[in-house]
Design a protein around this ligand. Sequence first.
Ligand code: INI
Length: 162
Amino acid sequence: MATFEGRFTGASGLHIAVIVARFNDLVTNKLLSGCLDCLERHGIDTSEKSTQLDVAWVPGSMELPIVSQKLARTGQYQVIITLGAVIRGDTPHFDVVVAESSKGITAVSRETGVPIIFGVLTTDTMQQALERAGIKNNLGWNFALQALEMGSLMGVIESQFL
Ligand code: INI
C-alpha cells in the first residue's frame, strides 16, 4: 500500500502563482498579506526578485478562471492560489459570480492538472469577509498552507510513478 501525503517543508522547488481579484480589495489585499506571510515562513522567497512566486491581479473573481488557465497552461507553476471576496448584495449577482468563479476554477484545475486553491471568500456582509481576512483569522494563511500541501502532494505522486 502506498500512502501519498503532501509536506509543508522543503517547498524550495515549488513555483507558485497567486491570482488576486481587485474587487473588494480591502479584503483581498489582506488575504494576500496573510498568504504571502505563510509562504515566506515556509521558505518561499516572496521578495520582489523572487523566481518562485508570481502575483497576478484581475478585476474580479469572475476573471480568476481565465487567468488561472493562462498561467496553468504555461507549465511553469506547480500550484496556483486564487484570492477573491464575493459579498452578497441586493441582487442575484452574488450567486452568478460565486457559481462561475468556483466552477471555472475547478474546471481549469482538472483540465490542466495543476492544483488551484479556491481562496474566494463568499459572505453575506463585509464584516464577515473582514473577519476571515485578518480581523479574527486570516484565511489567506490557510489557502497558502493548502497550496503548499497540494504542490508537494502532486510532486510526491509524480515521483512515485516516474
Ligand atoms: N467580483 C468580486 O470579486 N466580488 C464581488 O462581490 C463582485 N460583485 O458583487 O459584483 C464581483 N463582481 C465583478 C465580477 O467578478 C467581474 O469582475 C465583472 O463582472 C466583470 O467581468
